[in-house]
Design a protein around this ligand. Structure first.
Ligand code: SAM
Ligand code: DTB
Ligand code: SF4
Length: 352
């Protein structure tokens, strides 16, 4: 076993080393990633979170990938901050389908003072339902970060998206160093960090490696590392971006797993365009969390029952919240198995 498959957690990765990981033969890379994965996780458990857009569209930022940016016309219906009660109803729905974490996202540059009290009520309400809480609201100041932590927010999602070198080609209205500053506030306030990026924006291998180096060389690794495949949305500047080679996407997950052995690596946006074989390979490469439920923020995600059927076929179980019994998950799996069985019966009857 090579030095990098041992249990040490490093924060001093350099570009040559990380590129060498990427450039290994595919089978060697996957074997190494799976070995690291098994040293830290149950390889047959995947964490599931559900997303909700609590404020949609008209965002002042110009992120070239994003359907919610006010700079582009994507035909998206804008929505002001959702009522707290409505958010809690959506959280209850997420819990009922077996999600353990509820992630609320807002298309803001940063939260405003008038919105903060509602956001804090959402955190408290969702937490009280026995779900883990996650928010992604843009840039935070120290006071806002503290308030979110005190309300019980478990995770803050704030993506670096790509390497520092490529970032300016994708976003011009906010800087990499502001992103890092918000992540530092989140860490100082004692919350868990969810931070990752996107593939398929025209970035180079150096940029993919550069993003992972930024994340892995933080003083502490993010607990959650979402790797998104660009969802190409008509009207955004990246609507015709070149497809990523599926094996290169899997390589990204595998290298993330090796660099951040104890983090959950999230197979994030883009699953709707991936077949089941690719998703299975993603789990083999060490991805161990997904977004679950038919919608991401504004775009489509696979149907929950389809995901449960895939889990059942692969012998994967949803990860339970540590202190929670697993009845809801068990019920979801059993239901999926019944549905799979009846679709097989239907198929057999038709083909007989
Ligand atoms: N406005 C906040 C921010 O940017 O930090 C929070 C919401 S924003 C939509 C959250 C993340 O979604 C972005 O950082 C980006 O990585 C991801 N994202 C947005 N549009 C995407 C797309 N079309 N395909 C893949 N990921 C996307
Ligand atoms: C993350 O890395 N991906 C999620 C979540 N964090 C907030 C968002 C994906 C958004 C995909 C495009 C959309 O649905 O609007
Ligand atoms: Fe706004 Fe976030 Fe979309 Fe950028 S990614 S345009 S900040 S909602």
């Amino acid at each position: 076993m090579s030095a990098s498959t041992t249990a040490t957690t490093r924060h001093d990765w350099n570009l040559a080393e990380v590129k060498a990981l990427f450039q290994q033969p595919f089978n060697d890379l996957l074997f190494q990633a799976q070995t690291v994965h098994r040293a830290h996780f149950d390889a047959n458990r995947v964490q599931v979170s559900t997303l909700l857009s609590i404020k949609t569209g008209a965002c002042p930022e110009d992120c070239k990938y994003c359907p919610q940016s006010g700079h582009y016309n994507t035909g998206l219906e804008k929505q002001k901050l959702m009522e707290v009660q409505k958010v809690l109803e959506e959280a209850a729905r997420a819990k009922a389908i077996g999600s353990t974490r509820f992630c609320m996202g807002a298309a803001w540059k940063h939260p405003s003072a008038k919105d903060m009290p509602y956001v804090l009520q959402m955190v408290k309400g969702v937490k009280a339902m026995g779900l883990e809480t996650c928010m992604t609201l843009g840039k935070l100041d120290q006071e806002q970060t503290q308030a979110l932590a005190e309300a019980g927010l478990d995770y803050y999602n704030h993506n670096l998206d790509t390497s520092p070198e490529f970032y300016g080609s994708i976003i011009t209205t906010r800087t990499y160093s502001e992103r890092l500053q918000t992540l530092a506030y989140v860490r100082d306030a004692g919350m868990k960090i969810c931070s990752g990026g996107i593939l398929g924006m025209g970035e180079s291998l150096d940029d993919r490696a550069g993003l992972l180096i930024q994340l892995a060389n933080l003083p502490e690794h993010p607990e959650s590392v979402p790797i998104n495949m660009l969802v190409k949305v008509a009207g955004t500047p990246l609507e015709n971006a070149e497809e990523v080679d599926p094996f290169d996407f899997i390589r990204m997950l595998a290298v993330a797993r090796i660099l951040m052995p104890k983090s959950h690596v999230r197979l994030s946006a883009g699953r709707e365009a991936m077949n089941e074989q690719m998703q299975a390979l993603a789990f083999f490469a060490g991805a161990n969390s997904i977004f679950y439920g038919e919608k991401l923020l504004t775009t489509a995600n696979p149907q929950a029952d389809k995901d449960m059927q895939l889990f059942a076929r692969l012998g994967i179980q949803p990860e339970a919240r540590e202190e929670h019994a697993d009845e809801v998950h068990q019920a979801a799996i059993e239901q999926a198995l019944i549905e799979q069985k009846s679709s097989e019966l239907f198929y057999n009857a038709v083909s007989a």
